[in-house]
Structures are given as structure tokens and as C-alpha cells.
Design a protein around this ligand. Structure first.
Ligand SMILES: [Zn+2]
Length: 137
């Protein structure tokens, strides 16, 4: 076999290189694993994150439509209840209360989704930030 450090030929059962003295059994073999391991362990979380990103992205599309409709429904119901309560000044108190609640829920859903969209956009930017330097290498 040949030494991986200096290239000199050594007996197959040699534990150390006759020329440079490097260990074959303990140094050269684990060194190859150590060199391969960081690239693998660094790639695996990236792949997991990429899969998670895809899953979240796919799930967010129907959820986004649902949230838009739910928010619109809450808002419209809130307007209708507010109008009824204005028309029927005394009887309308309960309608007004429900109108305020639904309006708040609708607004809450909208704000929550604006935050989620904002985080998603940041995620997309982070993705391209990582992608562009890796392409230029
Ligand atoms: Zn050597």
C-alpha cells in the first residue's frame, strides 16, 4: 500500500509509514471519515429544512385560502351585525357585541397571516442568499 501523506510504498501490514512515520490504522482511515462526515451532516439538516419548507409551503396554500375566506366572512358578518345593531338600537346590542368579536377574529386572522407571509418571504430570501453563493463557487 501507499502512504496517503508522502506517497511512499509500504508493506500492507505496516502500522506506520516507513518514510514519514504517519499512522495508517489510526490516523489515515479515521481522517477520511472525519473529512466526509462534516459535509454529510451539514447537507442533511439542509435537506431536512428544504423538505420542511416544501411541506409548509404546500400546506400554507390551502390554509391561506381558508384564512382569507374566514377573515372575509368574519369581516362581512361583523359589518352586517353592526348595521343591524345600528338599525335596531336596543335589540341590536347583542348583534353589536358579536359583530365586534367577529371583527376582531377576522382582523386577528389577517394579522397572523400577514406575519406568516412576512416570515415566509424572509425564508425565501434566506434560501436565495444561500443558493447564490453556492452557485458561484
Ligand atoms: Zn508517509
Amino acid at each position: 500500500m501507499f502512504c496517503t501523506y508522502c506517497g511512499k510504498e509500504n508493506p500492507n501490514d505496516a502500522k506506520f509509514c516507513n518514510a514519514c512515520g504517519k499512522s495508517f490504522s489510526e490516523d489515515s482511515k479515521p481522517n477520511r471519515i472525519q473529512q466526509a462526515a462534516p459535509t454529510k451532516s451539514a447537507a442533511e439538516p439542509t435537506a431536512n429544512m428544504a423538505i420542511a419548507s416544501l411541506v409548509f409551503g404546500i400546506c400554507s396554500i390551502p390554509t391561506a385560502f381558508l384564512a382569507i375566506w374566514l377573515s372575509l366572512l368574519c369581516g362581512i358578518t361583523s359589518i352586517v351585525l353592526g348595521k343591524i345593531s345600528l338599525d335596531q338600537k336596543r335589540l341590536g346590542k347583542e348583534y353589536a357585541e358579536w359583530g365586534v368579536r367577529l371583527g376582531a377574529i377576522g382582523l386577528g386572522i389577517s394579522v397572523a397571516f400577514i406575519i406568516i407571509y412576512f416570515v415566509s418571504i424572509l425564508g425565501v430570501f434566506a434560501f436565495f442568499n444561500d443558493l447564490i453563493p453556492s452557485l458561484s463557487r
